[in-house]
Each structure stands twice: as structure tokens, then as C-alpha cells.
Design a protein around this ligand. Structure first.
Ligand code: TXE
Length: 505
């Protein structure tokens, strides 16, 4: 990393323990979404760099210090990583804000929380055990080993780069894997800073953690199809996830996918109104709606619909747009120019479908505290769940309010989408609080809260929202293979022409 006087900061990427440029020498610019100005240059890696990174990761996996490190020492290394993230959290948060425009209040809190993932999976590293399994054959000793899957390709989006790296990297390292990380082309800088301040500083051996910065169609696909990669962990859009999964299938790689959502936030008439209003607002306007769990469909029971919408609008109207680097700001810019266009075009789609725009409904210029890539917090009422605005992921500050009659109606509407990532339920009834989570087809259901995550709680999607789970003890299984070991203690090997299926054979 070096500062180029009077120009942009020029980053290098990190492959096999070395700071390097892309083999082609190409770079691309990374932008500050608040100002719209480029601020750094990133190496544009392609298949040649990915090949070098995957070979380095493979060598580190097969031999060398990482391969022979005890599980306990691996755990200690993860805890070292955790304490370095703690030390540099504020700096890393600022880099993330500069690159993705999310609020400093959110990114600061996220980065301060991130060390817990490395502490938690560091603790699990030496608790990965196989089992001695009784089998129905005499004179046989059988057990299972749980071994690291191998080289893992981690593909990361732009909305919460280092958090989503942590969700994958911590369990992958705890399992004993080595990795090649491809960050989003929009937000590579914080990962490169993390490599310098955390991974290199912690003394992680060369080749164990490699980074290939670059575009999805080139660096991303080269990683997904590389023969030395055993597993792909991906977070991003469902269309890209589907392509990644089909490319990975050609070489039978293990795949975990954390994809999009169209999460229902369901408000019953017996809720605590102020809490539900806060939950609805934070579900869609926090992070400018750019979170996979955004509560983008607000299902409101018809008996309180009008009063609830009025209360919601009263609070939503006060949202303060502005510089994401200020702790006062409540809604920041949209992160990428294509995403900005996508959000605006969905607002037009909703208007064209006959939804009623009761707040916002367009770009937010400087006169509103916004700027180049700002969208006004937008609320549509009168939305029918079959409309595109209710079915498709917008990934922006656009809320669709849908009426429902009773529990059955709410469940029908909630489940009537291709996604199943998350849901919220607002009620004081113990019965509803128990029944609704069982009936909603989603990987996470929050009752009387929204957008809560923890390193101990599994996270992932049903249906088109994903495959596999991150976080919690189950996550480590995504980075392991199970091996069955059979040791015969019999005096003779038996009949060579008969498969050993029965106790007699
Ligand atoms: O994501 P992509 P995009 C959703 C959201 C958003 C939409 C598109 O709806 O509007 O996805 O966003 C890499 N092979 N989410 O285009 O394409 C890419 O370089 C291998 C939800 O930014 O999914 C980046 O590193 N890799 C989401 C990563 O995939 C490829 C977060 C994600 O990019 C690739 C972000 C390819 N062919 C967007 N093409 C969430 N679940 O939180 C791209 N990539």
C-alpha cells in the first residue's frame, strides 16, 4: 500500500504472503458513493492471478506451517486475529464508509462486534471431533474424522464487506482450510487494509489467506471454476448465486450461498405500536435498505392499518439524509451507480403498477441533504403481494405496505414469494409469537425485534434465499468433509469376491 502524491491511493493485493499488482498490471478505481469521486486504485486481477492465488492456497493447505499446525494453535491464531480487528475497528469502519457509503454509526458498531466471530470460531477450532462408530461387523474398529474441505473461494458483496468476510473466513480457518477471497469490485479497500493490519500482523502463514481483487465475470468466475478450489462460499444476489452454483456444479464443489430476500415484517393489531414502528423503519431505512434481510414488505393488520401507516410516516419523514461519515446522519447514499438506477427504476415500476406513493418516490438531491446517489426514503401503500414491487428484491429504501386480515392471511402473503431469508412479527400474544415462526418459511424469524444477528445463531435462507448456514456451530460443517476409517482386526481378510455388507461376509 502506498500513497501516490496528488492522485489516488494505490493498493496492492495480497497473494501467497506478498503484496503485488495484478499480473496484467491493470487497475480500476474505487469510488466514494457520497461524493461520487474516485479515491483509490485497486489491482484488476484476472484468471492468471486467481490461478496463482489458488495454487498458493493449495500449497499452504497441503504442506507447510498451516498444514501441520495443531487445532489449538489455529484457535490461538484466530484469537490473535480477533484482537487485531478490535484494535483497528474504527479505522476499518471508516474505510468501509468511504467505499460503500453506509453510516459510520452502523459500520462502527459492526466492526466493533466483528471480533466476536474470530473469538467464537477460534474457540471452536479444537472442538471439531469425529466419533468412534459401532458397526455391525466383528473384528472392526471404525471411526470418523472431520477434515478441512481444502481451498475455499469466498465471494463477498459490497454491503457489509468485512462482516461477511468474517462470517466465512472465521469458520474456514477454524476448520483448517485455506482461502482465496474475492471482494466486490466496489469495496475492495477495507479487505486489503484488513490483510495488512490483521492477517499479516497476526502472522498467518503465506498462502493461507489470499485476495484477488477484480470483477465478477473474470476473477469471480475463474475462482468458481478453478480445479484446486474445493468449496465456494458466496454472498450476493440470487441471479449471480444461481450462476455461481451452476458453474461450481461442473466440478462438484461444495457450495454455500447467502442470497437475496423479500422479507415480510408483520404487524398485528396487538403489537406495541411504537416498537413496531421502530422495527418497520429500521427494517427498511437502516443501511439505506441495502441489506439482504431488509423488511421490504410491511404486512399490517387491516384493523390498525391507517393509524399505523400514519405513525410510520410521521417518523419516516424525520429521517436525516446526509454524509454517512457523520454520526448524525440516518440515511446515506446508495452504494453503487447500478444499484441507484435499479432502486429508482423499481420506484417507477411500483407507480406503474398502481401502488400509492405516500412518502418519497424519487432521487434525493442536495436540497434534501442528499447528493449524487441518494434516494428518498419511500413508502408505497395499497400494494398487492402479486405486484413486482412486492415480489422482487429492490435493495434500497423502498417499503411496500400490504394489508392483511388475520393470521392465515398473513402467513399466506408472507410465504408467497420465491425468497425465504427472514421475517419479523410484532405481537404481544404468546400464541402468535409461537405459531408464526413455525409457519413462516424463512431462515430467521424475529419476534418484537428486527435485524438482530449473532455469531452463535445460524443464519441463512430457505428457497431462493440460499443454501447452507453461516454463524453458530453448524457453520463450521460447511468447511469440513467427513472421512470414515475402517480398520480390520480380523485374522483373515475373508472372501475376496463378496462385498462386506453383512456381519458374515
Ligand atoms: O451483486 P452480485 P450486485 C442483491 C441485490 C442487488 C443485486 C445485484 O438485490 O441489487 O444483488 O447486486 C461477484 N461469478 N444483493 O450486482 O453480482 C461480484 O464481483 C463469480 C444481495 O452487486 O451478486 C461480487 O464480489 N462471482 C446481497 C459478488 O459476486 C461473481 C448483497 C456479489 O455481486 C459473478 C449484494 C460471477 N459470474 C447484492 N458475478 C446480499 N445477499 O446481502 C458477480 N460476482
Amino acid at each position: 500500500m502506498q500513497d501516490v502524491p496528488n492522485t489516488l491511493k494505490a493498493y496492492k493485493t495480497y497473494i501467497d504472503g506478498q503484496w503485488c499488482d495484478a499480473a496484467s498490471g491493470k487497475t480500476f478505481q474505487t469510488f466514494d458513493p457520497y461524493t461520487g469521486e474516485p479515491w483509490a486504485l485497486i489491482p484488476e486481477c484476472d484468471a492468471a492471478d486467481v490461478d496463482r492465488a489458488c495454487n498458493a492456497a493449495y500449497r499452504a493447505f497441503e504442506s507447510g506451517p498451516w498444514a501441520s499446525m495443531t487445532q489449538t494453535a489455529r484457535g490461538r491464531m484466530l484469537r490473535r486475529i480477533a484482537s487485531l480487528v478490535e484494535k483497528h475497528a474504527e479505522h476499518l469502519a471508516r474505510i468501509e464508509v468511504q467505499d460503500n457509503g453506509k453510516l459510520i454509526s452502523e459500520m462502527s458498531a459492526q466492526l466493533k462486534y466483528l471480533p466476536e466471530w474470530y473469538y467464537y470460531f477460534g474457540g471452536l477450532a479444537d472442538k471439531i471431533t469425529g466419533a468412534v462408530v459401532p458397526v455391525d461387523k466383528p473384528d472392526t474398529f471404525t471411526y470418523t474424522l472431520r477434515e478441512p474441505a481444502g481451498v475455499c473461494g469466498l465471494i463477498i458483496p459490497w454491503n457489509s464487506p468485512l462482516l461477511l468476510v468474517g462470517w466465512k473466513l472465521a469458520p474456514a480457518l477454524a476448520a483448517g482450510c485455506t482461502v482465496v477471497i474475492k471482494p466486490s469490485e466496489y469495496t475492495s479497500a477495507s479487505l486489503l487494509e484488513f490483510m495488512k493490519l490483521v492477517i499479516e500482523e497476526a502472522g498467518v502463514p503465506p498462502g493461507v489467506v489470499n485476495v484477488v481483487t477484480g470483477y465478477g465475470a473474470t476473477a469471480g468466475e475463474a475462482l468458481v471454476t478453478h480445479p484446486k478450489v474445493a468449496k465456494i462460499a458466496f454472498t450476493g444476489g440470487s441471479a449471480t448465486g444461481s450462476r455461481v452454483a451452476s458453474l461450481a456444479a461442473a466440478s462438484f464443489k461444495k457450495v454455500s450461498l447467502e442470497l437475496g430476500g423479500k422479507s415480510p415484517n408483520i404487524v398485528f393489531d396487538d403489537c406495541v405500536l411504537d416498537d413496531a414502528v421502530n422495527g418497520a423503519i429500521s427494517g427498511i431505512f437502516a443501511a439505506t435498505g441495502q441489506t439482504c434481510v431488509a423488511g421490504s414488505r410491511l404486512l399490517v393488520q387491516e384493523s390498525i392499518h391507517d393509524a399505523f401507516v400514519e405513525k410510520l410516516l410521521a417518523t419516516a419523514r424525520t429521517a436525516k439524509l446526509g454524509n454517512p461519515m457523520s454520526f448524525e446522519t440516518q440515511v446515506g447514499p446508495v452504494t453503487t451507480p447500478p444499484q441507484y438506477q435499479k432502486v429508482l427504476s423499481y420506484i417507477d415500476v411500483a407507480k406503474g403498477e398502481g401502488a400509492r406513493c405516500v412518502l418519497g418516490g424519487g432521487a434525493a438531491g442536495p436540497e434534501m441533504g442528499g447528493g449524487k446517489y441518494f434516494v428518498q426514503p419511500t413508502v408505497f401503500t395499497g400494494v398487492d403481494n402479486r405486484m413486482r414491487i412486492a415480489q422482487e428484491e429492490v435493495f434500497g429504501p423502498v417499503l411496500s405496505v400490504i394489508r392483511f386480515k388475520d393470521e392465515e392471511d398473513a402467513i399466506r402473503i408472507a410465504n408467497d414469494v420465491i425468497y425465504g431469508l427472514a421475517a419479523g412479527v410484532w405481537t404481544q400474544s404468546v400464541k402468535r409469537a409461537t405459531i408464526m415462526p413455525r409457519r413462516i418459511r424463512a431462515g430467521t424469524v424475529w419476534v418484537n425485534t428486527y435485524r438482530a444477528v449473532s455469531f452463535t445463531m445460524p443464519f441463512g435462507g430457505f428457497k431462493s434465499s440460499g443454501v447452507g448456514r453461516e454463524n453458530g456451530q453448524d457453520a463450521i460443517g460447511e468447511y469440513l468433509e467427513t472421512k470414515s476409517v475402517w480398520i480390520s482386526t480380523a485374522a483373515s481378510a475373508g472372501n475376496p469376491f463378496v462385498m462386506k455388507t453383512s456381519p458374515q461376509s
